[in-house]
Write a protein that binds this ligand. Structure first.
Ligand SMILES: *Cc1c(COP(=O)(O)O)cnc(C)c1O
Length: 403
């Protein structure tokens, strides 16, 4: 406009739709996008309050809880922080099963906030052993551990951690710690049962399985968590549950992101009414099986392989893929993006360059996943990454059989 160099896109403009195969944020359904296109309104307007109350009730169905939900205008990190500062006191000991980058990040946050952390060490490729978690709890005869913070779906490694088995381990040794579960990349993709599994605090966010833009996160909180909150002496303000309980929304300190709730109302309608939660889970399981079958085929010729080596812990929402030695995952991702307009997730932390990830959660169907797999197979060919050809064909067969 001012006569200077016109804007140049950072990558060649590919035509057609961006195939978005990241594990978060995720694809937003058109009807959800349209629902969020609302003019501003007072967040105490009765029309909005009706939408808000319906959203809270719907989200409780997804969490499978009848307990309270606290919302924050923050990404998942905010709800992580809120879970800790609301229920613990400075110096409290927290037990964290190691799953990967996200368990380590939550642990790092605990340390920064002044809590003591005990990790249950694990091989990221196999997932944390429940017996090791139980042994750590059994050894804590003084009950110094105040919370177990477990990542239900480790988005960096493509692994799941069975929260219900952690609850059973805690019950076997009669440990009174709070059980906290990060459900950010599992909620709405595969089963999570807050009340049945005795989860005291769960952590969720808008931009993964709930198919919304980034912008709010939340904690489900049990009666036991609320009692721990009343005893907690940790400083907090923006995330303070007591402050929130005194407000009309019983959540939020500050402005409520109203447009996101119009979007949530629609995404809950899609999940709970149009498709049905069980069908949502079945679709995610199907999509995941096809992706894994393709990767297992590619691995045949010393090609990329599944990062998770333990089938019991395979995630239905994201698959992490380990590159063959000497080949960089980010080079492959660049070819997929620049040449084919397909966006893949990168490796996080120590997996940077070694792993890429295919997100298969949210608003996706088989052809979209096949598109992403096809781009990966073409990109491997272009980038000279060894692999057994025909992984996409294998996925086609999996999908045709499970349709
Ligand atoms: C994405 C993610 C987070 C972080 O959430 P943000 O919204 O990026 O702050 C935490 N835990 C898990 C398991 C995640 O997948």
């Amino acid at each position: 406009m001012d006569g200077s160099t016109p804007h140049k896109p950072a990558r060649p403009t590919a035509r057609g739709r961006l195939f978005f195969a990241n594990p978060g944020p995720t694809n937003i359904p058109d009807s959800v996008l349209l629902a969020t296109a609302r003019a501003s309104m007072d967040f105490n307007d009765p029309n909005f309050l009706a939408v808000y109350d319906a959203c809270v009730a719907g989200l409780k169905k997804v969490l499978k809880t009848e307990q309270h939900i606290f919302f924050y205008t923050a990404s998942g990190h905010g709800a992580w922080e809120a879970s800790l500062v609301n229920t613990l006191s400075p110096g409290d000991l927290v037990l964290i099963p190691e799953t990967g980058y996200f368990s380590d990040s939550w642990a790092k946050m605990c340390g920064t906030l002044g809590f003591e952390v005990q990790m249950v060490a694990a091989d990221w490729r196999r997932g944390c052993d429940i017996a090791a978690i139980e042994a750590a709890l059994a050894a804590d005869t003084q009950h110094r551990i105040k919370a177990v913070c477990a990542v239900h779906n480790e988005t960096a490694a493509g692994t799941r951690l069975p929260i219900e088995q952690i609850r059973a381990a805690m019950d076997r040794v009669n440990h009174p710690a709070l059980l906290m579960a990060d459900t950010i990349s599992s909620l709405g993709s595969y089963d999570f049962r807050m009340d049945e599994w005795g989860v005291d605090v769960c952590v969720g966010g808008s931009q993964k399985g709930l198919m919304l833009p980034t912008g709010f996160s939340f904690n489900g909180a049990s009666e036991k968590a609320l009692a721990a909150h009343r005893a907690s002496t940790h400083p907090r303000h923006y995330f303070d549950w007591t402050e929130m309980l005194g407000r009309r929304h019983k959540s939020f300190v500050g402005t409520v992101p109203i447009t996101l709730f119009y979007g949530l109302q629609e995404s809950l309608r899609l999940m709970l009414e149009e498709e049905g939660l069980e069908n949502v889970f079945a679709r995610h399981a199907r999509l995941a099986a096809g992706v894994r079958a393709a990767v297992q085929h590619w691995s045949g010729n010393n090609g990329p392989q599944l990062f998770c080596q333990n089938p019991e812990r395979w995630s239905d929402s994201v698959t992490a893929i380990l590159m063959p030695e000497g080949h960089n995952a980010d080079d492959l991702r660049r070819v997929a993006l620049e040449r084919f307009n397909v966006s893949l997730g990168g490796g996080l932390g120590k997996l940077g360059g070694r792993v890429f990830r295919i997100g298969h959660l949210g608003d996706l169907n088989e052809p979209m996943v096949i598109g992403a797999l096809g781009a990966v197979e073409m990109a491997m060919e272009i980038a000279g990454v060894p692999h057994a050809k025909g992984g996409v064909q294998v996925a086609l067969e999996v999908y045709a059989k499970s349709a």
